[in-house]
Design a protein around this ligand. Structure first.
Ligand code: SF4
Ligand code: SF4
Length: 104
């Protein structure tokens, strides 16, 4: 059995931010800007591939079903999420300082 990872179907992500606090590894972060021609007015969340360990804790937190599991092949030497050409710029999220969103 291969390793599980999580990916986001961007058109289904409303940018509600509910999933962010469900990731213990801070692998879910908002994009720094909203891509053009997006139907939602708020920027989407992305999976930061280097930080996602595939624990799947976040899967049930998305009200639109935008988060989904992806399987890596048994003999894969790296996550398919790492095949993205260049990690996009993300917004900082305050998790643990005063007023931070903490852990769900
Ligand atoms: S699978 Fe786990 S590590 Fe990856 S984004 Fe979801 S909660 Fe975070
Ligand atoms: S919970 Fe779902 S819709 Fe909301 S920001 Fe996360 S992925 Fe996007």
């Amino acid at each position: 059995m291969g390793q599980s990872m999580v990916a986001i179907t961007e058109p289904d992500c409303t940018g509600c931010d509910l999933c962010i606090s469900h990731c213990p590894f801070e692998a879910l972060l908002p994009l720094a800007s909203n891509p053009k021609n997006r139907k939602h007015s708020k920027r989407p969340i992305i999976v930061v591939a280097e930080q996602c360990v595939g624990c799947l804790s976040c899967i049930g937190s998305c009200p639109t079903g935008a988060l989904h599991e992806v399987q890596t092949p048994i003999d894969a030497s790296q996550s398919p999420l790492l095949l993205m050409p260049k990690p996009p710029e993300t917004e900082p999220v305050n998790r643990w300082k005063k007023g931070g969103i903490g852990w769900a």
